[in-house]
Design a protein around this ligand. Structure first.
Ligand SMILES: Cc1cc2nc3c(=O)[nH]c(=O)nc-3n(C[C@H](O)[C@H](O)[C@H](O)COP(=O)(O)OP(=O)(O)OC[C@H]3O[C@@H](n4cnc5c(N)ncnc54)[C@H](O)[C@@H]3O)c2cc1C
Length: 479
């Protein structure tokens, strides 16, 4: 690679979400002149926060978590010195309908995939027969050959075929998969579900661990990440929407903001699938035929219910609630609410389309009652403040048709790349998928200059036993 060929070449990255940030991070290791255009006031995209008049601190619109298997997201955080912004939880807690707590944690000494066997059998809300059938279903889905065997199946059809009871589906499969894949199991593909189970639970000891932000996401991405990238010379243009990009004389002509224009040797679109087709000139659009079918991508909503209580309801940092509308609860401890000190909890409800039309007060009331019954705090707390935030197009639904609709990051035009969680990464709509797409878009740009090495991180290594039992590991992104 000739580094002098890069020097001074300009790159426009449109979209300051995680995909755009990752692309900027990778490319800022080279002497490009990088400009990131973000329509909103702050970076972070869907992983963002809002300001509430009663609260001195920013509030995340919705709780975001990553898992140990999210190697590229964690790699981005490491490179931008953001790892301290996340704590790692090695224990999950499941609260059943009677309020009993079931701890889920790996055995320290046993290798994957045996590390979670004991944890799994401690989940007494599943009968021994259900546990046995879940184990044999996991065993059947693990080998890579299952992917082609059940291609095109929905996960629910597969579970019914594998004689999973409705209770097992609701208390195990849905709990794990609906939050990861953003849609009911009757809509998500077997392939996407298999990936979550294999990557999250079967391939590596640390994969299931959960990373929870300890500061507002806006502080992580709009402040700290932006500062580190700024030190590397990346230019950020906030509140600057890109209107159109055209191509002539081997350059991308970008119209943005209030009638401004610029020319760039390279261009990365890192905006959501609903908006991407709108910014390209007809000639550029013709080069990317998959853009014509993006309106077939189905989206799914996620609701987050923010509650401020007058006393603590649990000491757990987070918990999974079974047999309830509420799915995950996160405990943010004591927070100032106006003049009083309050205890702040955030409850996440994925695939929340069925809540459409229900008044927010009603949703918050039910969630509050569910927390009371789950944790049985005595005396019961008083609800001081509530907010419900629903993102209607939060994530794409990982349907069987979705994979075919996803375009690759590289295009036939050198210097033009697509990024965004919806592009072809093999990952669901997650921060990890977004970061991978940004890194893969950066690799596509770098190929134009003769650089062919990966810029991202390899998957977690496959445990010897998982490799031996099922041959897992052949689908590694970096080979
Ligand atoms: C409620 C909710 C909960 C979630 N929970 C999790 C979770 O727990 N874990 C997880 O891993 N993932 C979670 N996700 C998914 C995760 O947030 C996304 O997958 C990821 O942030 C997508 O990043 P992105 O960069 O691809 O897109 P985005 O974050 O959508 O970023 C695109 C950016 O482009 C900007 N833009 C659009 N058009 C233009 C234009 N014309 N010019 C300039 N800028 C433009 C937008 O303003 C936006 O900032 C959740 C998402 C939501 C909404």
């Amino acid at each position: 690679m000739d580094i002098n060929a890069i020097r001074g070449h300009r790159i426009a990255i449109v979209g300051g979400g995680l995909a755009g940030i990752a692309a900027a991070e990778a490319l800022s290791r080279f002497p490009f002149e990088i400009h990131v255009f973000e329509a909103k006031r702050s970076l972070g995209g869907r992983a963002g926060a809002y300001r509430d008049p009663h609260n001195p601190t920013l509030i995340d619109r919705c709780q975001h978590v990553a898992m140990g298997c999210c190697t590229n997201f964690l790699g981005l955080c490491r490179r931008l010195h953001l790892r301290d912004c996340f704590r790692r939880d090695t224990k999950l807690h499941f609260i059943d309908a009677e309020g009993r707590k079931h701890v889920f944690a790996a055995n320290r000494w046993l290798p994957a995939p045996l590390h979670l066997a004991g944890a799994f059998h401690r989940q007494r809300y599943l009968s021994p027969d259900e546990q046995k059938k879940i184990t044999s279903a996991l065993w059947e889905m693990a080998p890579p050959s299952a992917e082609s065997k059940y291609a095109g199946w929905t996960m629910r059809d597969w579970l019914v075929e594998k004689q999973q009871s409705e209770t097992a589906i609701a208390r195990f499969w849905e709990i794990v998969l609906v939050s990861a894949l953003g849609a009911p199991l009757s809509e998500v593909s077997f392939t996407a579900a298999r990936k979550v189970m294999v990557d999250g639970f079967l391939r590596n000891h640390q994969a299931y661990q959960v990373y929870v932000p300890t500061i507002p996401l806006q502080d992580v991405f709009d402040v700290q990440a932006a500062q580190k990238l700024g030190e590397r010379g990346v230019h950020f243009h906030r509140q600057t929407s890109v209107k159109q990009v055209a191509y002539f004389n081997s350059r991308f002509n970008v119209r943005y903001g209030q009638g401004q224009e610029g020319t760039f040797e390279n261009f990365i679109s890192a905006i959501p699938w609903q908006q991407a087709p709108k910014i390209f000139s007809p000639i550029l659009k013709n080069l990317m035929p998959k853009l014509d079918r993006l309106d077939e991508i189905e989206s799914s909503s996620i609701s987050s219910v923010h509650l401020w209580l007058d006393r603590p309801i649990t000491s757990l940092s987070h918990a999974v609630l079974l047999d309830r509308m509420s799915q995950w609860v996160f405990n943010h401890g004591s927070r100032q609410l106006g003049d009083v000190s309050a205890y702040y909890y955030q409850v996440v409800i994925s695939a929340s389309q069925n809540l459409n039309g229900i008044p927010h007060e009603e949703i918050a009331r039910q969630v509050f009652e569910e927390l009371n019954s789950a944790f049985g705090a005595s005396p019961p707390p008083k609800l001081l403040e509530q907010q419900v935030v629903t993102e209607r197009q939060a994530v794409f639904a990982a349907t069987p048709e979705m994979e075919e609709l996803r375009p690759s990051q590289g295009t036939i035009l050198p210097g033009l790349a697509l990024a965004g969680d919806w592009t072809k990464t093999g990952w669901p709509s997650t921060m990890e998928g977004a970061v991978r797409s940004g890194y893969m878009a950066a690799e596509a740009i770098l190929r134009k200059y003769g650089y062919h090495k990966p810029v991202g991180d390899a998957d977690l290594p496959v445990a010897k036993l998982s490799k031996m039992l099922w041959g897992i590991g052949k689908e590694n992104y970096l080979g």
